[in-house]
Design a protein around this ligand. Sequence first.
Ligand code: IVH
Length: 265
Amino acid sequence: LPEFAAVRHAVPMLSIKTETDTGPSGAIHFDIRVRRALGLGEDAPALEYAAELKFDGLAISLRYEAGILARAATRGDGETGEDVTQNVRTIHRIPLRLRGAAIPELLEVRGEVFMSRPDFEHYNARQRERNKPALVNPRNGAAGSIRQLDPKISAERPLSFYAYGLGEVSGWPLPDSHGGVLDALEKFGIPVCEHRTVTLGADGLVAFHARILALRDALPFDIDGVVYKVNDLAQAASLGFVSRAPRFAIAHKFPAEEMITEVLG
Ligand code: IVH
């Protein structure tokens, strides 16, 4: 929208490839590709991976300068997004100031803004009571709220946020693993989802995929699948990119949910 100022991302906001083979072989093939790209032989020990949820919302970059939330931007085309600071400031779960000691000079936190299912149901029930339009689904609810011109309207929409990575950073000793980054963000008071793990090899990934699939319906928010990332950041960086997607990460989908519909007429 022309009303939102353009924000150029110093570190592009990339997307990751999706593995559509929803069975264990999806994880096994990712591990094989990564090991091959790192030049690891068959006898080399299992690789360490960070595994987390694939949140279904809107990607946001939060820029903290000396610990203060200075700017929030959407992903846009990955290079340039929209300045949505005023709206993001109304999300209670996103701290306006980082907590703790050794606050970085500059820290860009990347993550997903989303609407939980109970918040979505509650919001829609209230809208119906007032004869106002309901939201179509939580994902559209989150995306639409962030791109509202009036921050008062965004403030009425109950949004949540989980961090999954970093953008531009300076004046901070970067942890050496992705798991270490998420733990550090949590200590700064940034919301990080508890359903994450650091695990070994394809077996660890397959077990995580199965564990989260079993948990999926009990989660209070929608997910698209899980995400695997090479945990060691130096190793991850050495893997490079294929057609603008990093080789170090992959999204592993779940089988589609199937239900029976009875056609009445
Ligand atoms: S990592 C360089 N981790 O999925 C890697 N993305 O195609 C950058 N997403 O629009 C992304 N959950 O907003 C990453 N745990 C997660 C994620 C995640 C959801 C979204 C992200 C992006 C898309 C990636």
